[in-house]
Design a protein around this ligand. Structure first.
Ligand code: SF4
Ligand code: SF4
Ligand code: FES
Length: 259
């Protein structure tokens, strides 16, 4: 029979169990991925019990309470605590989402399992390595390129032109989408992935930008753009309700129209 599990020395190990001290009828278990490549041979899952009667309602509140009161060695990224900075993105019970917008009560019974965004190298614990994604973001030159004389005041846009960039502008670069995209898992070194392609689309449809043709030339590539096979995991994963798949389809349409 085929062996469908990872080899034994590649499986995540069982880690330490930090039990709650004292009485509570409202205990919740959190299983947190722990790995420090500089020190550990293998990753492990540590288990923490928390009294939810003495904890904020969000998953991020729980992690910060664990760090403050039980185990200060857990590494994670976070800043705004309100779904704006994108830094607390992680995999929660198998789904990429923002820890600060995820209600513990919505996760149902049973332990809450927390791990870094999938298919990234792990820097430590819940912190994935985003350097390649940032380099890809830089590669699309995400700034306004306007050949007109410097205006004396802001460059105005008609409301209908502003509407065209409105949705893409709400992207917080959390990368929940890119790390849930099978095409990006397997060819992320060449495929730009949904987050970066949505950002590229934001500049393609900006009425103030004069380099649409040049930007399309740069995207017209078998791997950079056309590795998207419209599986749409990205759109389901976006915690801001955005639609990277639609932005990618529109970019392909813009390229097809000018052929
Ligand atoms: S629609 Fe494209 S970018 Fe989105 S998950 Fe599928 S392959 Fe990836
Ligand atoms: S499109 Fe959504 S999931 Fe993707 S990076 Fe932007 S906000 Fe995050
Ligand atoms: S902490 Fe900023 S999005 Fe969660």
């Amino acid at each position: 029979m085929a062996e469908l599990r990872l080899p034994k020395n590649s499986r995540v190990q069982e880690g330490k169990h930090w039990k709650h001290e004292g009485d509570s009828d409202n205990l919740k278990t959190f299983r947190i991925y722990r790995y420090d490549p500089a020190r550990d041979a293998l990753p492990r899952m540590d288990t923490y019990s928390l009294d939810l009667d003495d904890c904020g309602p969000m998953v991020l509140d729980a992690i910060l309470k664990i760090i403050d009161e039980i185990d200060p060695s857990i590494a994670l990224r976070r800043s705004c605590r309100e779904g704006v900075c994108g830094s607390c993105a992680m995999n929660i019970n198998g789904t990429n989402q923002l820890a600060c917008l995820c209600h513990i009560d919505d996760l149902g019974e049973g332990p809450v399992r927390l791990s870094p965004l999938p298919h990234l190298d792990v820097i430590k614990d819940l912190v994935g390595d985003l350097r390649r994604l940032y380099a890809q973001y830089e590669s699309i030159e995400p700034w306004l390129k306007n050949d007109q004389a410097e205006p004396e005041r802001e460059r105005l846009q008609l409301p209908e032109d502003r509407d065209k960039v409105d949705e893409d502008s709400k992207c917080i670069l959390c990368f929940c989408c890119a790390t849930s995209c099978p095409s990006y898992w397997w060819t992320g070194d060449k495929f730009l992935g949904p987050a970066i392609l949505l950002q590229a689309h934001r500049w393609l449809v900006d009425s103030r930008d004069d380099r649409t043709g040049e930007r399309l030339d740069a995207l017209d590539d078998t791997f950079k753009l056309y590795r998207c096979h419209t599986i749409m995991n990205c759109t389901s994963a976006c915690p801001k309700g955005l639609n990277p798949s639609k932005a990618i389809a529109d970019t392909k349409r813009m390229l097809a129209r000018r052929r």
